[in-house]
Design a protein around this ligand. Structure first.
Ligand SMILES: Nc1nc2c(ncn2[C@@H]2O[C@H](COP(=O)(O)OP(=O)(O)OP(=O)(O)O)[C@@H](O)[C@H]2O)c(=O)[nH]1
Ligand SMILES: [Mg+2]
Length: 209
């Protein structure tokens, strides 16, 4: 089981009930393909996250909702931000991602496109075609809050401590870790208390290696 300590360099999942892996495998088998809607700000690390899930750094394969391949040249980003398109990675075709793209600008059209997509997918009759998770979600779909780029906090904390006059290498290393842990712990508590859709799990991503 993953450590509950947010400073763990691996995925540190915090769940009320940790599903055992046999149960997870059974669920995955039932779904056929696990379909995830990813909502997040531009540059938040959404594409990186999808690649990490599929253990690849290769560009995605994109299909429209009727299964027609989308030509990704000349830009790899082309086609990714249409929520209806299916994004997969050759390395792990078991995951299908949908990227909400410009959701953050908050215009009604964009919000409506997300709502319509979630509604349409919830009305699909086959489990394979339904939405199984929303990363930053709504309604009855379980929400998993993912904190990306947590490693960037190390640099920030280190700089702050230096400014505060700590120069000894060992002290700097120890205190940086403590400061980052305390910051991430505070964020987790804040999300748990304040989130409208209480997350079922919290994950802290540290670095892309
Ligand atoms: N330091 C650090 N950088 C990261 C991490 N995750 C992603 N990045 C970097 O952040 C940048 C943006 O990542 P993307 O995955 O393209 O972000 P995105 O949300 O898909 O961006 P858009 O599709 O443009 O909205 C890239 O340069 C990544 O290498 C992380 O955990 N740590
Ligand atoms: Mg992206």
């Amino acid at each position: 089981m993953a450590s509950r300590n947010p400073s763990n360099p691996n995925f540190a999942a915090q769940n009320d009930e940790d599903l055992d892996s046999a149960e997870l495998l059974k669920l995955r088998e039932k779904c056929g393909r696990f379909r995830i809607l990813v909502i997040g700000r531009a540059n938040a690390g959404k594409t990186t996250l999808c690649q990490m899930m599929c253990k690849t750094d290769k560009p995605p394969i994109v299909h429209d909702k009727d299964g027609n391949p989308i030509d990704m040249s000349p830009s790899h980003e082309r086609g990714i931000h249409d929520i209806n398109n299916e994004i997969t990675y050759e390395a792990n075709p078991g995951f299908v991602f949908h990227d909400s793209g410009g959701f953050e600008s908050g215009s009604n059209d964009e919000l409506e496109a997300v709502r319509a997509f979630i509604k349409a997918r919830s009305e699909e009759t086959t489990l394979r075609d339904q939405l199984h998770a929303i990363w930053k979600g709504t309604d009855s779909v379980p929400v998993i809050a993912i904190f990306t780029k947590c490693d960037a906090q190390n640099v920030k904390a280190n700089r702050e401590l230096r400014d505060e006059g700590i120069v000894n290498r060992k002290d700097l290393k120890e205190q940086t870790q403590l400061r980052v842990e305390s910051y991430l712990g505070g964020l987790a508590d804040h999300i748990k208390q304040e989130a409208i859709c209480k997350p079922k799990g919290l994950i802290f991503l540290k670095g892309v290696d």
